[in-house]
Design a protein around this ligand. Sequence first.
Ligand code: 13P
Length: 337
Amino acid sequence: MEQTMLAEQVLEWKGRRNAVILAHNYQEGRIQDVADFTGDSLKLAQFAVRTDAEVILFCGVHFMAETAAMLCPDRKVIVPDLAAGCSLADMIMPGQVRKWKQQHRDGVAVCYINTAAAVKAECDYCCTSANGEQVINAIPADKEILFVPDFYLGSYLKAKTGRNIELWKGYCPAHAVIDPAHIEKLQEQHPDAEFLMHPECGCLTKQMDLADKILSTDGMMKHVKESGSKRFIIATENGILYRMRKENPDKIFLPASEHATCSHMQQNTLEKVLRSLITLEYPVTVEPAIARRAILCIERMMEISQPKAEVVHGWLDPEPHPVRWGDPVLAAANDLS
Ligand code: 13P
């Protein structure tokens, strides 16, 4: 189908289904162009809580849709392709968290949002790359922290907060291919360029000092808009370059690696988005027994996160929907001391 016609069909079906399309910053440009909202994992979760739509078509990876499904249990959350998983999330299993916690009985388990719901159910706090520091700082200072699964984000948070953090050795393959030697070469060629790095970067521990800023994907979007610099080296998944170039046509964005592509994220296509809206496939749900526990660490994160979600569309609810799963148990669960 011709591209404009395809996009028009998507918008028509979106209306018919009373759906919103949420797209992660790494999604292909055609999806971003039809999305109601494009953002990082935190903003997408915050948006999901505030939307009035009956259907949330989540274009990202599976754990993001699961998080939305837990935050919005009365909405239908669907994804264009169930094969869009997350290699990093697959590097930790619920039983491994349980075992680790048995070995560190006083430890507080913090999971990156890039984890399955069943892993979140074993953890005390959740965080994203945008709010990791706030979450760690909200935990009593004398507590040992067990951080899963991303070694590099965990290392960054350990350096930033000076806290006692034990690290799981998971990593994101798309970020791991970013080569510090190549970044140095780019910096030599473009001494005027600002170098922005996502904390999932495998090059982080060696090259942290080289980065001008270490930011979440939305943090990067904000920074490139506000900065006076004209040229940037971007160390994260290259899908973000579409949005950067579109929103900042007068600036130049250089990928830190041509190979930093997440094959999971790129499973989603505009053709699959249309099919999803027509067939309402594929639904993402979380077993209630898991959701009831997993929502606790997500809710804690949402509480801690500053700033709160902005109302970015006129039709969004002024107040977020209360989270049904967590309410009765949240107060008790919040007391970790
Ligand atoms: P952000 O939350 O910064 O968008 O990162 C999500 C992610 O999965 C990065 O690989």
